[in-house]
Design a protein around this ligand. Structure first.
Ligand code: FA5
Length: 358
């Protein structure tokens, strides 16, 4: 019975054949198990002796099985360690591909349109003196935007810090890209000047349509004889290229300290006004229900106007010799419209599940 089990176990090449061989001996109906089941039928004096031997055999089989199982596991581990470290037959892990942020794509599209009209792309600082952000643009010192409540002043850059005695010497995060106008007009001495400048701006705002950091694009054109007609022509061309030929445009009067006259430009709501059926019943119903334009049918896109004579004087130009127009718009709003995003803050949470949908 059970002769040569050590040899049998040693010849088993893997765990499953070893387990099968052991089951033939010490499994539920294995040979050694059967033997043990016979014990109660033996006469008393033989039972003790044979019982001890059968149990010793069972323990020997179990120990041989355990030893071989451990030997097989050790050999498998050693084979793993001895194998080449890389398995070139495994499929590779895909690399996640990055993409430009929707705000960056919108900035690129806007700059492209103005560059194609002939505007030069320029940069202006995000950390700025109140002089360039407010004073030279003709903001009166008591204008609400100049207040601590509305703008982020840089620590150590407030009045009272070393070298900061006057309002205009204070340092703040720029509240709009209109500082680009001041830098370019103060730096350059030849006309024409036609520039476009995009970047981050900062205000103490925070809700679904206002973020403390957002993006603006500023454009301006200075030369002899620039008129409001040039402003309308350039901005209408821009809107048609950006939003489509059929989109309606309107100019409304508005106030900014650095332009006179000043205005705002609205485009027909891109959500509720399809332009093939203007004025129809169906379109009016859609506009009445539209939350994006608050049922007005119009979306405010930018502020604009003729550069104020005071700004020319502050930047070293004679307003009797040159005129110009300027405009500034919020880029985030345009990105929200292009991608139908309801909350501006989603654009800055960098959640890949959101961004990958745009
Ligand atoms: C200005 O900032 C002027 N500098 C624009 C200008 C330039 C007018 C040149 C005339 C000539 P305003 O404060 O309205 O204007 O801001 C312009 C746009 O920025 C707004 O229409 C809006 O789209 C966007 N905007 C303003 N505040 C926020 C905010 N907190 N979050 C996101 N977008 C904002």
């Amino acid at each position: 019975v059970a002769a040569g089990f050590e040899t049998t176990f040693a010849q088993c090449p893997d765990e499953s054949s070893l387990r099968a061989a052991a089951a033939k001996l010490i499994g539920g109906s294995g040979e050694v198990t059967q033997l043990l089941k016979l014990m109660p039928q033996l006469p008393g004096d033989r039972r003790k002796e044979l019982g001890q031997r059968a149990n010793a055999l069972k323990n020997a089989v179990q120990s041989a099985f355990d030893a071989r199982l451990e030997g097989l596991a050790r050999a498998a581990r050693q084979a793993e360690l001895d194998a080449p470290p890389i398995d070139p037959s495994l499929p590779g892990r895909g690399l996640a591909r990055g993409a430009l942020h929707p705000i960056t794509r919108t900035i690129d599209a806007l700059l492209d349109v103005f560059a194609s009209i002939g505007f030069e792309v320029t940069d202006a600082p995000e950390i700025e003196l109140a002089d360039f952000n407010f004073t030279r643009l003709g903001f009166p010192p008591d204008h609400p935007a100049t207040d601590m409540q509305d703008s982020f002043f840089v620590a150590g850059g407030e009045i009272g810090a070393p070298g900061v005695k006057r309002f205009e010497d204070q340092v703040l995060l720029r509240t709009h890209t209109s500082n680009a106008q001041v830098h370019e007009m103060s730096r350059r001495r030849t006309i024409p000047i036609a520039c476009i400048s995009a970047g981050k701006v900062f205000r103490r705002d925070d809700d679904a349509t206002h973020s403390p950091m957002f993006h603006q694009i500023e454009g301006f054109w200075v030369d002899r004889g620039i008129s409001f007609a040039h402003l309308k022509g350039v901005l209408t061309t821009f809107v048609k290229r950006m939003f489509g030929e059929q989109v309606p445009v309107r100019f409304r009067p508005s106030y900014f300290p650095f332009v006179e006259p000043g205005g705002e430009l609205d485009v027909g709501c891109t959500i509720c006004r399809p332009y093939d059926e203007p004025g129809s019943e169906a379109q009016r119903a859609r506009t009445d229900a539209c939350r994006v334009c608050k049922s007005t049918g119009w979306l405010e896109v930018l502020g604009c106007g003729m550069i104020h004579p005071v700004v020319f004087e502050h930047c070293g130009w004679d307003p009797k010799e040159v005129t110009g127009f300027a405009f500034g718009m919020g880029i985030d709003r345009i990105a929200m419209l292009r991608h139908n995003v309801g909350d501006i803050r989603l654009l800055y949470e960098n959640d890949i599940r959101f961004l990958s949908q745009l």
